[in-house]
Design a protein around this ligand. Sequence first.
Ligand SMILES: C[S@@+](CC[C@H](N)C(=O)[O-])C[C@H]1O[C@@H](n2cnc3c(N)ncnc32)[C@H](O)[C@@H]1O
Length: 449
Amino acid sequence: MLEAVRRDEAYANLLLPARIRRARLGQADAALATELTYGTLRRQGYYDHVIAIAADRPADAIDPAVLDVLRLGVHQLLATRVPTHAAVNEQVDLVRRVAPKAAGFVNAVLRTVSRTDAAAWRDLVAEGASGEDDRLGRLESHPAWVVRALRSALAREGRGDELEALLQADNSSPRVNLAVLPGVGDGAQELAAVEGYAPDRYSPIGATADDPIAVVSAAGGRIRVQDEGSQLAALALSRAMPVRPGERWLDLCSGPGGKTAVLAAEALAAGAELAANEVIPARAELVRAAIAGVPLEVDVRVGDGRALDAAAFGAPGGFDRILLDAPCTGLGALRRRPEARWRKRPEDVAELTQLQGELLDAAFGALAPGGVLAYVTCSPHTAETHGSIGGALARWGGTAESLDTAAVVQSVSRHPLDLGADAATVQLWPHRHGTDAMFIALVRRVPED
Ligand SMILES: C[S@@+](CC[C@H](N)C(=O)[O-])C[C@H]1O[C@@H](n2cnc3c(N)ncnc32)[C@H](O)[C@@H]1O
């Protein structure tokens, strides 16, 4: 599993469930396999420092297949209750299969690790740090550039002191959260009767239950797995202002369709029309599947959003509401994708902000006068959030006005959200709200005189 993630760039959250099914693991073994894989991948930056000290050589000087085994062993020794002898012996057996000559080395390194307890290892790893960001990056296992980006996003709200809590939140798996599509069948009633049912704190359509997967499979598309922040982002657009019947809505970058499903349910209830666009055909198929539970005709098309032609969607006068849930670094959803933090590169940010700017211009150009755009990212990186929307607002000049996004999101939410002071945008946080770090900005196209 670790090898597939490293060598083939596989996604653990997609590959692992398939491997678990193939190996026919029972519930307890599946949970253990998931914990070992996710924990090892998330914490690999920290474990590499431990390994470097114990092996007295940098981790990147160790054969990658051997390093995978060492990381798995260190995770078992420092973060699980697996007995020392079992953790060491298992890894020695494992390395015999991939690099037999390294068995003695793995045995020696893991025995060295096991002789010092977890708290003392943290002190040893912190000792070598070059400053506070490096210290936090080492201990909470985040690349230094990501730590800096998160620190500056929090500092923008005057909340830089929350950085450690945020990094720690990235290291724990979120609970599976459900969205009950509003007005579609009696999903809400069905769910209320389910064991362990608890409504979400913020999203009015969100909930958790003891066995969420069983709930989803029995719900015929009316109840879906979705983060609470994503629900709030979609509802911020659909509930930004009262809907006039016949309004035309577009989800511009819609794959795999989580927010399209919420918008479809909202459009159905309010008498609006919805279209969806996605550049990758396979992801457009996922959008079609995601909205299957909503009895609304949605025009799902494959195309590059930068070349958006509203007339081709049958909306020559433009759309009344557009969701641009933009392709982004995903730094706000690190807790879901354990390997993601090690794959992203700082260079990705420049490429993505260029794309976000072009998509923003296309979306704004396709708005009807008075129409509303929701710009959303699952990244709190300020270049992708304030940078992208701020740049776009400067280009659009007097033709655009920011809406009070904070007031809209607060009005949608079940409970008041603790938000930053900038009313034009909303930044949600895993450590503060228990959601992915979604960013939302609502902008209106000023009607012409
Ligand atoms: C953040 S995801 C959208 C998630 C979706 N809203 C949901 O809730 O399930 C961004 C999507 O934009 C798509 N995308 C990337 N570049 C695009 C482009 N130039 N035009 C249209 N879609 C694009 C990606 O393939 C991806 O599916």
